[in-house]
Ligand binder design. Structure first.
Ligand code: ZN
Length: 187
């Protein structure tokens, strides 16, 4: 008996989300992409394996690997985004980005403030309001210091100065107090 098997990779898009791209330092359209290898027998797909699920920035193609759980939540959010009116206000865009973060990447928006000096992954601290000159730009906490997207390391006093100018949207409650505490300790 001869099997005419085939083997290939296939990519499918399953929807679109709005999210902050850490590379573009901006809110961009992100695609839910599923990439899988499959085997065929007589043109009928018999097994599907090695599935990779990703959320990929449509502009720079950097993205996130997603677990099955993150993927499922992402698909639901993509459906929700499609039901929203065609033209979104800045507030709606920010709200949606926050929803994506809360649902898919809770480690970015929840939990205790990072330990100073810890070499953990980047943590989103704050985002510049869309109506500010640097709308969408992010302040991260990386390797024990603050990093302003597109610029570089800044001090706690700088972060607080942007905040008192009304430019920042904090990633979660309590961060302002935490930064204030750092500023006091460092001076
Ligand atoms: Zn990007």
């Amino acid at each position: 008996m001869v099997f005419f098997g085939g083997y290939g990779r296939k990519t499918k898009e399953r929807g679109e989300l709005l999210f902050l791209c850490f590379e573009c330092q901006d809110v961009t359209s992100h695609r839910l992409v599923e990439n899988y290898a499959y085997e065929q027998l007589y043109g009928v797909r018999v097994t599907k394996h090695g599935t990779h699920r990703m959320l990929v920035c449509a502009r720079c193609h950097h993205g996130w690997d997603l677990s099955k759980e993150q993927w499922d939540k992402g698909v639901l959010l993509a459906a929700e985004l499609q039901r929203m009116p065609g033209r979104l206000t800045d507030e709606q865009v920010n709200g949606f980005c926050r929803l994506v973060a809360v649902e898919l990447f809770p480690e970015l928006v929840a939990g205790d403030p990072p330990e100073a000096g810890s070499a953990s992954a980047d943590t989103l601290i704050a985002t510049f309001r869309q109506d500010s000159a640097w709308g969408g730009r992010m302040i991260l906490f990386r390797d024990g210091q603050f990093v302003l997207g597109g610029f570089g390391p800044i001090g706690p006093a700088d972060v607080l100065a942007y905040d008192s100018g009304g430019h920042l949207e904090w990633a979660y409650e309590g961060l302002r107090e935490w930064v204030q505490g750092m500023g006091a300790a460092g001076s």
